[in-house]
Design a protein around this ligand. Structure first.
Ligand SMILES: Nc1ncnc2c1ncn2[C@@H]1O[C@H](COP(=O)(O)OP(=O)(O)O)[C@@H](O)[C@H]1O
Ligand SMILES: [Mg+2]
Length: 167
């Protein structure tokens, strides 16, 4: 559940929100509309935690992903990796781990680090991340054969959906 209570935000004389309370129910999809300058981006930043509310509180789920408007940022990655990347802690641990495994010689310190990284991967459900991501993509009607393709090669809709999922 993602919710805000008594949120107030203003910039100078411009009041964006005054005592706003609302909740976003899991499983539902929401659209945020409004004219330029209404405060959409500000609300998104408050929801994601990028910006502290001036007044009020935000309650976020333990895991929260955010896709920025730059959907080309994932072009070089497969659709499935784009989803997995949404978990930043997991992705960072996997990258660091794989870089160590690629070394021709593994030192004792590397071995220690590997143990630590595998621990993080386990904690973040990394060993089922690919199958979890595949189930998630199937739920968005993204065909299995597209999962391993580079996002750039996929249709825009696929790319956007994968990104939304990841974030
Ligand atoms: N950091 C800031 N300092 C001052 N004014 C800001 C700041 N961020 C946004 N604003 C102002 O708040 C209003 C809402 O901005 P924004 O949330 O970006 O609106 P939207 O995304 O709906 O177009 C605008 O008038 C903008 O100029
Ligand atoms: Mg905006």
């Amino acid at each position: 559940m993602l919710s805000v209570s008594n949120l107030s935000m203003r910039y100078g004389a411009k009041v964006l929100f005054e005592e706003v309370s609302t909740a976003f129910t899991p499983g539902k999809r929401y659209g945020l509309t409004g004219p330029n300058g209404a405060g959409k981006s500000t609300l998104m930043k408050v929801l994601s935690g990028e910006l502290e509310p001036q007044k009020g509180t935000v309650v976020r789920p333990r895991k929260l992903g955010v896709l920025s408007q730059d959907q080309f940022a994932f072009d070089a990655y497969s659709v499935i990796d784009t989803v997995i990347m949404g978990n930043k802690r997991l992705w960072a641990a996997m990258q660091e781990r794989d870089a160590i495994y690629e070394k021709s010689e593994i030192t004792d310190a590397d071995g220690m680090k590997l143990g630590e990284l595998e621990g993080t991967v386990g904690e973040e459900d990394g060993y089922t991340a690919e199958s979890d991501a595949a189930i998630l993509l199937q739920g968005l009607d993204i065909a299995d054969e597209l999962h391993s393709r580079k996002s750039a090669a996929g249709a825009g809709a696929v790319r956007a959906s994968a990104g939304v999922t990841a974030r």
